[in-house]
Design a binder for this molecule. Sequence first.
Ligand SMILES: [Fe+2]
Length: 310
Amino acid sequence: MSLHRLLGFHVDLPDPDALVAFYDELGLTGDAAAGFTGSDGGAAVTLGDGPFRRLSTVRVGCDGTDDLDAAAERLQHGGASVERTDTSVTVEDPVTGVAFSVETAEPMARQPAPTLVVPNSPGAVARPTRRAPAVFGSARPPRRLGHLVIGSPDVERTVGLLVDGIGFKVSDSIPGIMSFLRCSTDHHNVAVVDSPVPLLQHYSFECDDIDHLGHTATALYRADPARHAWGLGRHFAGSNFYWYLTDPSGAFLELYSDLDQILDDDEWERVGRTEFTVEHIANAWGPNLPLEFIVPHDLEALQHGWEARR
Ligand SMILES: [Fe+2]
């Protein structure tokens, strides 16, 4: 795979300091300019000032300059104008206004594996006469930024640019509504969902397991219950456990664990990839999809922001 990982994204927003304080509370490392990461480093969220919440840049890493040449050729063949440097190719999606940048970068360092805790289950007592260690756990920083979901008024066009131009692979899709795309072994690093306005719909940090996810989400929730947005549940696409909270910018922060990993593209095409129907968009189990995930609660502010920009 010439693309090998997500490098990060940039958001401009009216009050970056409030989001910085939220990331500090979550335990992320870094700052607005250099980017916030989880405890394993890797992909980063950078922040800047802007009149409304706007995703401006998404960066992905590739192996070498041959990959940049190939991406530039595909994009230009599709009619896009690209900006090329020695180390990057950048193209703007005309639908969402997001600048997608492919950059030569080192692969992400291997993540250290957590200690596996085998649970008690019917007929198999893994923890005789002992409490589960997880009950003594507490919130701790998530491991890394895994993916983001971009709201687009024209899903097919945005996905076309990402797949046919930049080189993302399609993992799953709900035709016309949502596509899950990967630039690494993660089931998805970028997803595109139908939206009345371009927006950063959510972004997601990986946790070790469901207890890490639960402790960390619970700490944010108890500090301010109004942050709770959706969860706990398990998605169809990617199979991951999830819990969403609203961040101070109005975007959703997802904490996840147990995401599908696609190590063999051909095998996934044979046995994994699925065209889901609309009832699968939400989850395999968990609370119903909140309305705010379809119509953003700050839709008017976003519409005004985009109108002022045109
Ligand atoms: Fe997600």
